[in-house]
Design a protein around this ligand. Sequence first.
Ligand code: AMP
Length: 544
Amino acid sequence: MLGQMMHRPLSIIEILKFASDNHRNAEIVSVRTEGDIHRYSYSDAYKRVAQLAHALDRLGVKQGDRVATLAWNGYRHFELYYAISGMGAVCHTINPRLSAEQMTYITHHADDRVIFADTTFVPILNALSAQLPQGMKIVVMTDRDHMPASDLDLLCYEDLIADCPDTYDWPELDENTACGLCYTSGTTGNPKGALYSHRSTVLHALSLCISLGRFVQEGTRILPVVPLFHVNAWGLPYGAPLAGASLVFPGGALDGPSVFKLMDDEGVNSAWGVPTVWLGLQGEINKNGRIPRGFSSVVIGGSAAPRAMIQRFEEAGVSVCHAWGMTEMSPVGTHGILPKAQQDTLSLTERLDLQQFQGRRVFGVDLKITDDAGTPLPHDGVAAGELFVRGNAVVSGYFNNPDASAASMDAEGWFGTGDIASIRPDGFLMIQDRAKDLIKSGGEWISSIDLENVVMSHPDVANCAVIAVPHPKWDERPLLIIVPAGEKRVTKDEIDTLLLKHLARWQLPDAIEFVTELPLTATGKVSKLTLRQTFANYQLPDMG
Ligand code: AMP
């Protein structure tokens, strides 16, 4: 027997309408490419989103069309998220740090009709113009006074929307209608597209507000350093308006001093981003001898948060949530906010013992780990295997890519994450490594994350990465690459002594190399692929 309830399709534009009606005191603050700060309310945004939807109609955008963005975090990008999906088209966020070749590939693969770009990225479009899809219109996200010079036929965002009505008759869409497209930059092969729906996005936003509810609340001021061009800025453009939190968009200046100043000026309470960004902020906190005004929580995800980084924040009075997820999961899969009882009673060391892991699943996500034969392994905190996920906001395949889709799903329809993990009986996920980053030594596995975690606690280490180097006898052995914190170079003996407190001797790195910085991927994570290429012919000491 079916329930006798109305069916109202889940719809993204309803989130903004809700915020516009109910959260009148919240605001969106943006550092603009024009150089100033812009601020307005969700109600103002809702009106401009309607104007923008009319402008998209005028540009000839139809339901199902892909509309690309190439932009920093700012209010116009936020408006595009809602206007494009609200009218039934698909918002395709492009990561500006991708190579020209990848960008050309994805604009063609997505068949983008229009691209909206920040002034900063017009030079990229100038350089790529011959390779872009034919007839693709280019809109620059600024006003007439700030339009850049270019040989391209550029349209101006503010001109386009200026005389459009500020209400729009939003179509009632099937809740499974596609709303967003985000390509994940695989380490091999072409990028693959995750195609989100209204239903998956709304459910993800609701679950974000529940699971991370202590950080996403009415009245809090949230800084998404995580970009709108990468997995929907972890769902914040939807979760914050739902909850009534304010959004502070940082534009393109993501270095420690700029982030510190913006947080201080705007009284940011909660800041979200990858570990690399927080290294910069922690440097600035040290320099200033204080945390930014109002700063009380940080969400660290995208790659493993080093224990030492979590400790520094917690000691400064900033609550840390270590989160795990993927582009293919919209993205949040687990969160490390501790159960209240533990948060209130455990000592700092006991808390860190838990917080260094990736936390518990959010509602709507199921986790399983399997052995090589696909047999599920127990959640006993010991057994480790490939992590599979399923849920309302997890992809069922990749956009227009049957081969990659088939390769990523198991026979029961779970998505293979490519991460190796254990799950504790209390539900805490422990990511050991990306499968390809694990180091296989003499038939045993060494986790690069475990090694890095310990090395990062050394005061003379600013950042580090461990990679596998081919070895004739052991197959692979770990090489430790360190960015020193100052002049002093830590010795191998010092590192070994430190590591031996936590790990077995055979797991210790065979050698240390020093570099001034680590290469980053387009999403701001340490690029182990680049490091493995750089050190492909590295001679470890006992290789003769
Ligand atoms: P992306 O789709 O680019 O967001 O990358 C997703 C991948 O990043 C995951 O499959 C993990 O390998 C890695 N990742 C994300 N968050 C974490 C975390 N907290 N700890 C360890 N790895 C992470």
